[in-house]
Design a protein around this ligand. Structure first.
Ligand code: C2O
Length: 537
């Protein structure tokens, strides 16, 4: 293992998309941002220098940050932001992880343009899932995102002030490009050049703020081998379903001929909620294809293709091989039920007298003004409480009629667990306003998705159907509209770990909470002290 150093200069850059120009916040002037390469067990030193007039933090999404919560990145959870003119070195080791992840800003809505890939190569010699050659050879990075014509900070501020749903993006993008659009001929799309009869590893990342997406390549099947940097039992599909924060590695075996094929990226939304309905396109171009040969098209799934999304997620199983066994906890110390809701709170100054408030177990999370991890490490009182309810405070038919009192509680309330205890959370979707999918992300751990169902979770029956053999292991999971998922993890990483919806609009409305994991008593079981350059609030 070695040390890899990166320099991230946060700077503004004028970028042209959809026939107009706009200044955006970038890393080193790149959009999407630079790729971080590492080999399993490497130490990364990423020096972030803030040259813009926003506070900045960067999160290494899916990196477990064992004992190094100070480098995790969510603003006011594990660190104070890097202020304009300041810098911070994120210092962490990538241990026991390999595959594709992503990094992104974790403050305001800056993730819209501040995001990029993390590629962790396995320790050699490992032939799985395909022989790794040199970095980038026969590998294709595909970062899905959005383009907003307006300033995203204005979009969310309006949504928070008026208490209404925000505007949606103007285009989806593939490696920053929307592809040709009616009315804007200059908008080029990404061209992926391939050779016949080869196998490519596609590393697909959804970095979008607010949309779950479908990814398809005309005339080709994809063999899924990994999600969220964990290996899965390979399966074939023509559509990949991917939520914000998730990553999917798939093998693409090219045909023994020439040709040009359309790649499509389109939204998934199975309720009437407004989404960006545009389809981003790119092309897969075989070497030797004549410029005059036609493009083989692909039909994007309809936006409400719940069955396609469900079929994809139901196909995911841990590889569970001798080399990569599935370590799902069989016994549970903390059994929690979290309702995931979008509700309404009274707001005399809002247009309708109400504002949208999102919550977990009826608690809409209030961001603290200082870092929770700091308060935890130095035992500073009055910043948070550890009385987050482990079960709903009001019980009702979660997926049935909504209760009349929609008001939520507010607070910076955390749930405390002992080191190495095992936690099961049933994430129960509700229809307080409308049933909707929620991609829930846990920092600091991977979890195992042991169960899933529609309607209300039944504690007497549903656990009997849990998969405790080869459940998929990941860091972000979609709670289906009007249904639930059950996840388990072992709390063997001391620190403060954020759990939130990875749809940025829902997080902004309060759909978040955090766990406190206490230090263990043994050696190497406690949170390390903060680095000296840790930003101050
Ligand atoms: Cu990718 Cu807390 O986020």
């Amino acid at each position: 293992c070695s040390i890899r150093r990166y320099k991230f200069n946060v700077m503004k850059k004028k970028i042209r998309r959809l026939c107009s120009s706009k200044e955006i916040v970038t890393i080193n002037g790149e959009f999407p941002g630079p790729t971080i390469y590492a080999t399993e067990d490497d130490t990364l030193l990423i020096h972030v220098v803030n040259h813009v007039n926003y506070n900045i933090t960067i999160h290494w999404h899916g990196i477990k940050q064992f004992r190094t919560g100070w480098a995790d990145g969510p603003a006011y959870i594990t660190q104070c932001p890097i202020q304009p003119g300041q810098s911070y070195v994120y210092n962490f080791t990538v241990s026991g992880q390999r595959g594709t992840l992503l990094w992104h800003a974790h403050i305001l809505w800056l993730r819209a343009t501040l995001h990029g890939a993390i590629v962790i190569l396995p320790n050699l010699p490992l032939p799985y899932p395909k022989p790794y050659k040199k970095e980038e050879e026969e590998e294709v990075l595909i970062i899905l995102s959005e383009w907003w014509k307006s300033d995203v900070e204005d979009v969310i501020n309006e949504a928070l002030i008026y208490g209404t749903p925000p505007n949606v993006s103007d285009a989806h993008t593939i490696n920053g490009l929307p592809g040709p659009r009616p009315g804007c001929v200059e908008a080029g799309g990404l061209n992926i050049a391939v050779k016949p009869g080869r196998t490519y590893l596609l590393r697909i990342i959804n970095a979008a703020l607010n949309e779950e997406l479908f990814f398809k390549i005309g005339g080709h099947k994809l063999r899924v081998v990994e999600v969220d940097a964990t290996y899965v039992k390979p399966f074939e599909t023509d559509t990949i379903f991917i939520a914000p924060g998730q990553t999917t590695n798939a093998l693409l075996t090219t045909h023994l001929s020439t040709g040009r094929y359309l790649i499509s990226v389109s939204p998934f939304m199975d309720s009437t909620i407004d989404v960006d309905n545009t389809t981003a396109t790119a092309t897969l171009n075989y070497a030797g294809t004549l410029t005059s040969s036609p493009t083989i098209l692909t039909d994007p799934p309809p936006r409400n293709a719940t069955s396609i999304a469900a079929k994809f997620t139901n196909s995911l199983r841990s590889l569970n091989s001798l080399k990569y066994p599935c370590n799902v906890p069989l016994l549970v110390d903390h059994s929690l039920l979290f309702t995931i809701s979008i509700g309404l709170n009274i707001c005399p100054t809002c247009t309708n007298g109400f504002r949208v408030a999102a919550d977990i177990n009826n608690v809409s999370f209030i961001m603290p003004k200082v870092s929770l991890l700091n308060a935890h490490f130095f035992n500073i009182g009055g910043i948070f409480t550890d009385d987050f309810p482990g079960n709903p405070t009001i019980s009702y038919d979660y997926t049935g009629t909504q209760p009349t009192n929609l008001g939520t509680m507010t607070g910076t309330r955390l749930y405390r667990v002992e080191y190495d205890s095992t936690v099961q959370i049933v994430l129960q979707g509700t229809r307080m306003i409308a049933a909707e999918n929620h991609p829930m992300h846990l920092h600091g751990f991977n979890f195992f998705a042991v169960g899933k169902g529609l309607g209300n979770f039944d504690p007497n029956k549903d656990p009997n159907r849990f998969n405790l053999v080869d459940p998929v292991e990941r860091n972000t999971i979609t709670v289906p509209s009007g249904g639930w998922v059950a996840i388990r993890f072992r709390a063997n990483n001391p620190g403060i770990w954020f759990l939130h919806c990875h749809l940025e609009v829902h997080t902004s409305w309060g759909l978040k909470m955090a766990f406190v994991v206490d230090n263990g008593k043994g050696p190497n079981q406690s949170l390390l002290p903060p680095p000296i350059d840790l930003p101050k609030c």
